[in-house]
Design a protein around this ligand. Sequence first.
Ligand code: CTP
Ligand code: CA
Length: 225
Amino acid sequence: LFMLNKTDELKGKKVVVTAGPTVEAIDPIRYITNRSTGKMGYAIAYEAALRGADVTLVTGPTNLKVPFGIKEAVEIKSSRDMYEAVYSNFKDADILIKSAAVADYRPKNIYSSKIKKKDDDLKLELERTDDILKSMGELKENQIIVGFAAETDDLIENAKGKIEKKNLDFIVANDVKQEGAGFANETNIVKIISRDSNIESLPIMSKKELSKVICDKIIDIIHKR
Ligand code: CTP
Ligand code: CA
């Protein structure tokens, strides 16, 4: 029998992890989405489960199998679905890790019938989605909140701004312009920036290794409380 090498570092902790993209319908055939495979979030969910946590994985559509040891997996499609799933799990959560790539905009109207092509241009009106992490930051009591940021420019400045705006404990900032970073890659090159502006520049590492670093960092915060 396959045995998990479990520790109890996160035993009794409820950890909510979001993963993958959200998809926003345009009509019954088409949608808008983000580039995300879900690998990072799934790796974190698995690592947290190995440390004994009760993990709720809120996931957009991916090609991945729900990892062994996850307590609950909630499959969602739109950012609104994700908002609801995160919201309903946040109050009794100890830790929220938000690695999902959430759509910032969605079509203002979802057409109930297929949009047929015409000769002229098609204009789609997009509206803002709710910022899930920012909303949870406002509801935060004792939860540890970890955000992600994928940036092409001004990585540190942008990531620091997100810590403040979303009331995060730390952010995992990914410079997606670098070779080997982000998206479909097996590896990430990130900087972990904490509330006190401490910047930890990590070498290129697998998503599994990065998951361990993230869990260690969370455990460290718990110990320092
Ligand atoms: N996020 C979220 N809800 C949204 C958008 C983003 O919860 N509607 C979360 C992401 O899951 C991530 C963090 O916020 O953990 C940062 O996402 P990112 O896209 O980098 O930042 P934004 O605030 O959306 O700003 P921008 O895309 O303009 O850089
Ligand atoms: Ca965004």
